[in-house]
Design a protein around this ligand. Structure first.
Ligand code: CA
Length: 225
């Protein structure tokens, strides 16, 4: 899952990014409201973590513009402890949730998962496809109940394809999900991860759409349990 972190405090931003990366998220970080506006116009993110007090353009102004433009990007607002009014305004302006500084990084990760789960219309935290179950919180995958060890990158690809089952994801989109802006990517990296996932989970789960990308078809069992 790829997140945009908008935070001008270097120490706090660094801590949040490291914490979320340890929880398996891909995090791209900008430090002012104008750069955040550019980032969400040019790139696809699964969620934006938005500080309100920002240089160049404050968080609430950015949020209002985003919603006015009809963008549905999930937004988790980060506020100072004493700013009750900002929290209320943030929610009224279209934020999905907020956290108050200082916050626990595990709680932050759990809130991110909860928001994206709600937005995708899932009541259960587990992603299922036939005999395969992916647990985003535990970062585990099982097949027929047996654990399937996956690397961080394999997990991110599988999670993206399962979350959007029935939709084709391009190789570029998957590269963004896995690497964000941070790393330069070898041209066949995604293919290699897919190859390993097929070895672990069976060759029929992830299908290649030639010249376009990859898809996990929708499965009736996905909504069970
Ligand atoms: Ca700030």
């Amino acid at each position: 899952m790829r997140l945009l972190l908008v935070e001008d405090d270097p120490l706090l931003g660094d801590g949040i990014r490291m914490g979320l990366e340890q929880s398996g998220f891909t995090v791209d970080w900008v430090r002012d409201g104008v750069s955040a506006g550019h980032a969400i116009t040019s790139d696809d993110f699964d969620l934006m973590l938005l500080d309100l007090g920002l240089p160049r353009q404050d968080g609430l102004t950015l949020l209002k513009k985003l919603r006015k433009a009809g963008k549905e990007l999930p937004v988790l607002v980060v506020t100072a402890r004493d700013a009750v009014e900002d929290r209320v305004t943030g929610l009224d302006c279209g934020a999905d949730d907020y956290v108050v500084k200082p916050f626990d990084l595990d709680e932050l990760a759990a809130r991110v998962r909860a928001i994206t789960r709600r937005r995708s219309g899932r009541a259960t935290p587990l992603l299922r496809h036939g005999d395969i179950i992916l647990n985003p919180a535990a970062r585990s995958v099982t097949r027929n109940g047996d654990p399937v060890p996956c690397t961080t990158h394999e997990f991110a690809i599988l999670e993206a394809l399962l979350t959007q089952a029935g939709r084709v994801l391009t190789r570029e989109r998957l590269e963004d999900v896995v690497y964000g802006w941070a790393e330069s990517v070898e041209s066949n990296t995604i293919e290699v991860h897919i190859h390993h996932l097929r070895k672990k989970l069976g060759k029929d789960l992830i299908q290649t759409v030639r010249g376009v990308g990859y898809i996990i078809p929708k499965s009736g069992a996905r909504h069970g349990g």
